[in-house]
Design a protein around this ligand. Structure first.
Ligand code: DI6
Ligand code: FE
Length: 403
């Protein structure tokens, strides 16, 4: 006997040839934590009541994979509301960063906070995401910039998975900014990242991947390559904040390292999309940051599409450039600001989000054998998820087979 059988569902499986992998009059069977049947109800191997202990009639409601937010900086202390004010009277994000505000102001607050305080501060943000159906989230460090605080952030991120029903993937982003102690000595800081922070994080199994900020106000391509070399030698996958504010060729370099993803990409040259496609590197688009910084240059969407680069969408939830805790709003922004189709937006927070985290064997589509992470929506068609603003149609969230 299966545990649960969802009947009379409109399934957006995100798999197969039909748009959204749509199956109307669909059914999903769940046993333990896994999907054991997904398809048209007429293909069920028996009568519903004989198949499962708990049969639920969804009356045609939409079912999607559980949502995946594959790029967040969810764990941090403090806020940057005053910086928001400063930007509104004319200061740029880069100016604020160069004056020691920006990322470094969050670094000060995060260093001063206890691990418990970081968990407490992150929980309301996490809860907002879960309320919209997120079942897997990536969380980066990067506001510690010293060994102790980077590890504290990663431990806090891991603890969130004990506090709530959610899968957490952690990413070490020690190469986010140059800390004040290393002012004007970025290469010495990169040495600390490689020789100590990365090694410790790997040894304590606190990081699932390694990220960097390749940017004028971050690190050069050569500096990030040193971090990637070390990460690869420790068996960790890599990803990169690339081409957000300028083109330093970070995405192509990341692709050379077989990166899971290259993120932002507003300044990516159209001809560089092919390198991402060849490496299977996912383009993670972050319209929240684009919106919040009032950027005007769009990622090269047509080139990404033509090259066949898988596109994911995420909140980039962070205190400076994207204080956004709604993945549904990110989907709408992906459509309105980046001209994604609602189908691309949904694939971006499911199938391709899973690929960006290297968890596509277990998540991201509704398929037999995958974990039963599912959302049931008060909606009839998947385009509705991208269509509304500020409306949360989530009806039921199923995590690891549990309703
Ligand atoms: N790019 C971003 O958008 C965030 N980090 C990064 O490398 C911003 C982080 C912040 O401003 O706190
Ligand atoms: Fe980011």
């Amino acid at each position: 006997m299966w545990d649960t059988l969802l009947m009379n569902a409109c399934l957006a499986t995100l798999k197969g040839g039909a748009p959204y992998g749509l199956i109307s009059e669909g059914a999903v069977g769940i046993a333990d934590e896994n999907i054991v049947f997904a398809g048209p109800a007429r293909d069920l191997p028996g009568q519903p009541d004989a198949l499962a202990r708990n049969v639920i009639d969804l009356d045609g409601a939409l079912v999607t994979p559980g949502l995946i937010d594959c790029h967040t900086h969810l764990v941090y202390a403090g806020d940057r509301a005053r910086e928001f004010e400063a930007r509104l009277v004319g200061k740029s994000y880069e100016e604020i960063a160069r004056e020691g505000g920006g990322i470094l102001s969050t670094v000060n607050a995060t260093r001063a906070a206890s691990e418990d305080a970081l968990v407490e501060a992150a929980l309301p943000r996490l809860d907002a995401l879960l309320a919209e159906g997120v079942t897997t989230i990536e969380i980066k460090s990067g506001y510690g910039l010293d060994t102790q605080t980077e590890l504290k952030m990663l431990r806090a991120a891991r603890r969130l998975a004990d506090e709530r029903n959610v899968r957490v993937k952690t990413t070490l982003l020690a190469a986010h900014a140059v800390p004040p102690e290393f002012k004007d000595r970025p290469d010495d800081y990169i040495a600390l990242v490689c020789d100590e922070i990365l090694t410790e994080a790997a040894q304590q199994e606190l990081a699932d991947a390694v990220d960097g900020f390749c940017e004028g106000i971050g690190f050069s391509r050569a500096q990030i390559e040193r971090v990637f070399e070390k990460a690869v030698s420790l068996g960790l996958s890599v990803k990169l904040h690339a081409e957000q504010l300028s083109d330093l060729g970070g995405a192509v370099m990341a692709a050379r390292y077989g990166a899971l993803s290259a993120d932002h990409l507003e300044y990516l040259k159209p001809e560089d999309a092919a390198a991402l496609a060849d490496a299977g590197t996912v383009a993670v688009l972050l319209p929240g940051a684009f919106y919040y910084l009032r950027e005007t240059r769009m990622p090269p969407m047509e080139a990404l599409r033509e090259a066949g680069v898988p596109m994911a969408l995420a909140t980039d939830c962070n205190p400076g450039t994207s204080p956004l805790t709604s993945l549904l709003l990110a989907m709408n922004m992906g459509c309105t600001l980046f001209r994604m189709t609602p189908e691309e937006a949904l694939a971006g927070v499911t199938r391709n989000g899973a690929k960006a985290l290297g968890v596509d064997a277990n998540a991201g589509t509704i398929e037999t054998g995958k974990r039963a992470d599912l959302c049931v929506w008060r909606a009839r068609h998947p385009s509705e998820l991208s269509y509304t603003i500020g409306h949360n149609p989530l009806k039921m969230r199923i995590f690891n087979g549990h309703l």
